[in-house]
Design a protein around this ligand. Structure first.
Ligand code: ZN
Ligand code: ZN
Length: 355
């Protein structure tokens, strides 16, 4: 935890601000370990405060012992303490706090100057410690166990929702604290929806079924996608699957420090385009994963910064044909000093469910 505070304090001294205010839950958790749903973290060159209401008093003392608890009424903001503590130049999460909160800081705190942190903390968070990697690995390992189990439950007549629920319950019983996002189980033509949340649709013979899911362990997310076919795959289904797999493997194997997210995206996109499906890969190759399911670094056309060891990213190309359905294959990958380590271990050969 101290290294995290140190990193924030480096920014504080660089920008010559009096304090940094954190309200975004992922940043608050990262800096303090506090899992409550309300509170303003205040970090100064030599003090640490957590401003929240009495519901969280004992939780702050337990989870964030280095932070001084300052109590406000449930409907108050941190303003009175910012005023009392005499802060003038204050770092804020400009991409998170509301316009009205920023306005009330400016209206009620004479002489305050708000300094945008420009995703500084999100950038710090994108490099994971060994402890953070261990939590993501645990979450990913549970997803692998889930995949072994759930493919045996797929058959015509079962609904997408039943499969999603069964998968969640299984992984929660094995130790997942929560899901990392609402599971996607999308079958038949619905599999062509990149974000097809599990519905009441029943699985049918001939369907592609996309499973995209993940767990939360110790506050860290996992994310993996596998696609199977119910029955014997047609030649076209095989061709689409093989193309996505080829693109997935090629971009995955290129992961190393120094390469950019844009370059990785292009490797996969070129393979899919060459196979004639360029118009049907309508999203970026991947994203960073950590406390949030989507975080830095960018692994798409916005990813101009070189990857660095400690980044955890997904590699998830797909092809989506509205009439036929879609295929996506997604692995979670750690960028290491020498290249990469794949954190998703589920097999990627096409699974054809006997019907
Ligand atoms: Zn996913
Ligand atoms: Zn993903």
């Amino acid at each position: 935890m101290n290294q995290r505070i140190e990193a924030i304090r480096q920014w504080i001294s660089q920008e010559k601000v009096d304090a940094v205010l954190l309200n975004k839950p992922a940043n608050r958790f990262y800096a303090t370990g506090f899992t409550g749903s309300a509170g303003t973290v205040v970090i100064t060159p030599d003090e640490l405060y957590m401003i929240t209401d009495f519901r969280y008093k004992s939780q702050v003392q337990e989870q964030s012992p280095d932070f001084t608890y300052l109590e406000i009424d449930k409907h108050e903001t941190a303003i009175k303490y910012i005023n009392n503590l005499g802060f003038k130049r204050v770092g804020i999460e400009e991409e998170f706090i509301s316009y009205s909160l920023a306005m009330s800081y400016e209206d009620q705190i004479p002489g305050i100057e708000l300094v945008p942190m420009k995703s500084q903390l999100t950038k710090i968070r994108s490099v994971k410690s060994a402890e953070e990697v261990a939590s993501v690995k645990k979450a990913a390992a549970l997803a692998d166990e889930g995949w072994d189990m759930i493919q045996k439950k797929v058959r015509p007549g079962v609904s997408e929702k039943e499969l999603a629920l069964e998968l969640e319950v299984y992984m929660r019983k094995k130790g997942a604290n929560d899901v990392s996002f609402k599971f996607i189980v999308a079958s038949g033509t619905r599999s062509a929806l990149p974000h097809g949340i599990a519905s009441d649709k029943l699985i049918e013979a001939g369907d592609f079924v996309v499973f995209d899911y993940g767990n939360l362990v110790n506050g860290y997310c996992s994310d993996m996608t596998r696609t199977l076919v119910v029955g014997q795959a047609t030649d076209q289904q095989k061709e689409i699957y093989d193309t996505v797999l080829k693109a997935q493997i090629a971009s995955l194997e290129a992961v190393k420090p120094g390469i950019t997210g844009t370059e990785l995206d292009l490797i996969a996109r070129d393979i899919i385009t060459e196979a004639g499906y360029g118009d049907y890969f309508g999203h970026g190759l991947g994203h960073g994963v950590g406390i949030e399911i989507h975080e830095l670094p960018h692994v798409n056309h916005l990813g101009t910064e070189p990857l660095i060891p400690g980044n955890i990213i997904t590699i998830e190309p797909g092809i989506y044909l509205p009439e036929l359905g879609g295929v996506r294959i997604e692995d979670l990958v750690l960028v290491t000093e020498n290249g990469y380590e794949v954190l998703s271990h589920s097999d990627k050969a096409l699974v054809q469910i006997p019907v």
